[in-house]
Design a protein around this ligand. Structure first.
Ligand SMILES: [Cu+2]
Length: 184
């Protein structure tokens, strides 16, 4: 039986007002709001992170059973700038080794490959990681990831540099079927 459960990214999204900041007081309020979000990333209301032109939405990871050594992490990255950037690596507090991976369906077979040169985020573009596609692979987990907790980590970009984030740990089966093929 395949149970399908949405990862509920909506729960931590808020309307984005990133573009024009010069329309009178609305613009000023928007600017203030953006500033507060940058200055106070731990406000409970917001679970997104930004650095320069890069906005990172809802980083999350799958909970793991006891003793598991690997887990997947997912984020959505938006580049509001006019130059491409590249996610080159990531870290996570509970994992000694982290790699960027991609899963894709080739000839009916799910394959996973490492992305040693990282993931390009085009100017004005958006990369959405999800089970069955781009993901952050936590290898050599030092402890169990429990649903509901937040785990500190970083994303490292060629241009935007090191961005501190938190992965919100979601259910083991979040987004269902893709986890089954996740083997190394
Ligand atoms: Cu992987």
């Amino acid at each position: 039986m395949t149970r399908f459960r949405l990862p509920a990214p909506e729960s931590c999204e808020r309307p984005r007002k990133h573009s024009s900041i010069s329309r009178g007081w609305i613009g000023r309020l928007t600017f203030l709001f953006t500033f507060l979000t940058l200055a106070l990333p731990h406000l409970a209301m917001a679970h997104d992170f930004s650095a320069g032109d890069i906005m990172i939405d809802h980083p999350w990871a799958r909970a793991t059973p006891t003793g598991a050594k690997v887990a997947g992490g997912y984020v959505t990255i938006e580049n509001f700038g006019n130059k491409p950037d590249r996610l080159i690596s990531a870290t996570m507090e509970a994992s000694k080794q982290v790699e960027l991976h991609e899963m894709s369906l080739t000839d009916g077979v799910m394959r996973m490959r490492g992305l040693p040169t990282g993931i390009l985020v085009p100017a004005g573009g958006r990369i959405e990681m999800k089970p069955g596609g781009f993901h952050i692979m936590f290898l050599d987990l030092q402890r169990q990831l429990r649903q509901g907790e937040k785990v500190a980590g970083t994303l490292i970009f060629e241009r935007a540099g090191i961005v501190q984030i938190e992965f919100q740990v979601d259910a083991i089966g979040a987004l269902g079927s893709a986890s089954g093929g996740h083997q190394h």
